[in-house]
Write a protein that binds this ligand. Sequence first.
Ligand code: B12
Ligand code: SF4
Ligand code: SF4
Length: 374
Amino acid sequence: MDPRQPEFRRRLEALGFDEVRFAAITGPSRDPLAEWLAAGRHADMHWLERTADKRLNPELVLPGAQSVVMLGVSYWSTGFRPATSGGPRWARYALHADYHDTIKPALAAAGHVLAELYGVTGTDYRYYVDTGPVLERSWAARAGLGFTGKNAMLISRRHGNWLFLAALLTRVKFAADAPIKSARIDGPIGLLCGKCTRCLAACPTNAFAAPGVVDARRCISYQTIENKGMIPRELRAGIGNHVYGCDVCLEVCPWNRFAQEGRRMLLSARYDLADLSLPALLTLTPERFAAVFRHTPIKRLKLSGLLRNACVVAGNSGDPAALPPLLDLATAHASALVRAHAVWAVFRLGGGAQLVAARSGETDPIVLAEYAAG
Ligand code: B12
Ligand code: SF4
Ligand code: SF4
């Protein structure tokens, strides 16, 4: 092996990446992305459709690309505090500073190390975290960074489900790392799952179309983060107290017992967000939203999206103390999206009569539909 490759790996680990693995690009991928899209499982994430060709073929992303360097950043920590009991629940990754502010600079530094060691320029590599046209989980599995669980997650033997992934595509040809293999399983899903099906059974909204296949339309993560419109009525009860994202199919996985603390937490923790009570969320002002969620991924949801989710959580809380702020949102909030979900929540908490008495001049059809259904 070229002695520069172990040196490159060491330097990337020193930058704080917990996993550094290499895969060879040998032509277009046989990933079932096209079938997944054809079945409509991407909901309205049309950007996945638009970039499907690139996702399946790295040559279209970086002509002449030879290798993918897959990087994993653990966000598991002994200091992690989940929601206060019964309070709003947040996806664990979201209780950290935005990856744009943390992983991106480390990736830029990784590119500079590549350029220094291999004498290449910035046009010989491209890096992405999450939003690039790269099938990150497939590449990570091919590079042996972990295996694809029945929960569709890339699960690491050293970090469990708690790895954020990033990819560096390059024209440099690296020796490929071996993928994990199992003599017992024929196919990529659930290689080290054995007979376990905990994640499939635990999903609160039945989002698994098959082992390893998530239907985003039913997934709480999609509904609370990516969906910018109405949350379907039939899914709202299943959302429970998940205010942003969902980790249920990750949390139940027995492989998490091997999780180790990240070597250097590139994502800096914001566990304080889990202390926000439901009333505090329901009464957020634009100024407070901007101040609290600055530098977190949650800011991209915008205040109206977060209030929409908080209304669903409030409707599921069974707590009559949530009624006063909900009534205010239902009757006076500027966003019809927020009013509509607040109306649903008020009816669910038994405040329908009060609401109908307080209602004045509502004309928006999406809100009126909630009154009619309530
Ligand atoms: C769109 C998207 C979503 C969508 C759709 C999820 C999905 N399952 O596809 C929604 C919004 C629902 C979502 C949710 C979440 N996401 Co997301 N998401 C993405 C994104 C941007 C693209 C994924 C994609 O292409 N999906 C299409 C399907 C077809 O591909 P896939 O699931 O990636 O890969 C599958 C196929 O390749 C399949 N496969 C390969 N060969 C074969 C062969 C056969 C026969 C079969 C059946 C399958 C199969 O195995 C993989 C797993 O099923 C990636 C980032 C990226 N650029 O890749 C992050 C990413 C997958 N998400 C991530 C995370 C953390 C989450 C959440 C945990 C967030 C949360 N806490 O709320 C949840 C987990 C939900 C789940 N169980 O999957 C991480 C996953 C890290 C990891 N260790 O796996 C990623 C990689 C982002 C990152 N940079 O770290 N996400
Ligand atoms: S993230 Fe939650 S809703 Fe989505 S598949 Fe997993 S358990 Fe189901
Ligand atoms: S919970 Fe069980 S079935 Fe699901 S991914 Fe983990 S080991 Fe596999």
